[in-house]
Design a protein around this ligand. Structure first.
Ligand code: COA
Length: 256
């Protein structure tokens, strides 16, 4: 467990709150592990009927901790395994998952939403997947799920141009259920969670199974993960992480 993820079970709802607001809830290895452990327990705990993700502070999450990526790129820590394990775990959860998203949801902050069943967005929510700018490739099966959901050209603009998607556009193209004033966001998501706890769990499980092609998702995650690990070790990626640490735009003109 980590002090940066709060887990709470109440009235059949497991609430997972990201609590690293000073770093925009950027996800460290320890945070991924805490989330994976909580999801794995939720899978087998009959008292958990619904899972709810939320983040403290002004951002849902700024995605993977870029200092962790940088240390992986330098070969100082294992490449991507807690993140990869979290992605596999969330994609296998057969209980309903809800997300309450305010502010920035970057990288995995957006791709994990593709594994949620209800997504509520505050008015200031901004979904971003700037993988190409980090010299990386999409993860969490998003290279298949995002174009499937919003079409190739919009997904490409998010992946390759790093174009953010504002809350109302995200709802219009099926990435969210509703835009909610920020003050009401958590209540809206929690109310939906409580409603789902009262639905028959077996019917919900079968419905989710019918709606998700798990084999396809697993195959995509595996293909992406191989490329992602290779990309992390490239000079392009090192330049991207160094540029972020030095608070300057990356310059890819001199790296192959
Ligand atoms: N990893 C590590 N630290 C991060 C982070 C990340 N992904 N995102 C933000 N932070 C840290 C910043 O370094 C800063 O730390 P400091 O106060 O010690 O300098 C702090 O969080 C606040 O971030 P800042 O950039 O000042 O906030 P902002 O409101 O101007 O911008 C973001 C917010 C999310 C748009 C911006 O931080 C950002 O683009 N982050 C990187 C997102 C990213 O590329 N994630 C990886 C996706 S795969």
């Amino acid at each position: 467990m980590t002090e940066h993820v709060k887990t709470e079970i109440s009235d059949g709802v497991l609430t997972l709150t990201l609590q690293r607001p000073e770093k925009k809830n950027a996800l460290t290895g320890a945070m991924y592990n805490a989330l994976s452990d909580a999801l794995n327990q939720a899978k087998v705990d009959p008292s958990v009927r619904v899972i709810l993700f939320q983040g403290d502070g002004d951002s849902f999450t700024a995605g993977n901790d870029l200092a962790d990526f940088a240390s992986q790129a330098r070969g100082e820590s294992a490449v991507d395994s807690p993140a990869h394990h979290f992605i596999q775990t969330i994609s296998e959860v057969d209980k309903p998952i809800i997300a309450a998203v305010q502010g920035n949801a970057v990288g995995i902050g957006t791709t994990m939403l593709l594994h949620c069943d209800l997504v509520y967005l505050a008015e200031n929510a901004r979904l971003m997947t700037p993988f190409a700018n980090l010299a990386l490739v999409p993860e969490a099966a998003s290279s298949w799920l995002l174009p499937l959901r919003i079409g190739h050209v919009r997904a490409y603009a998010m992946f390759a141009l790093g174009e953010p998607m504002e809350a109302s556009a995200a709802v219009a193209c099926g990435l969210g259920n509703a835009v909610v004033p920020q003050a009401e966001l958590r209540k809206k998501a929690h109310d939906a969670a409580i409603t789902l706890t009262k639905r028959p769990a077996g019917a919900l499980k079968s419905t989710k199974k019918l709606m998700r092609d798990h084999e396809r998702i697993e195959a995509q995650i595996s293909e992406e993960s191989q490329l992602f690990k290779q990309r992390l070790m490239t000079p392009e990626a090192r330049e991207a992480f160094t540029a972020f640490a030095e608070r300057r735009p990356p310059d890819f003109s001199k790296v192959a």
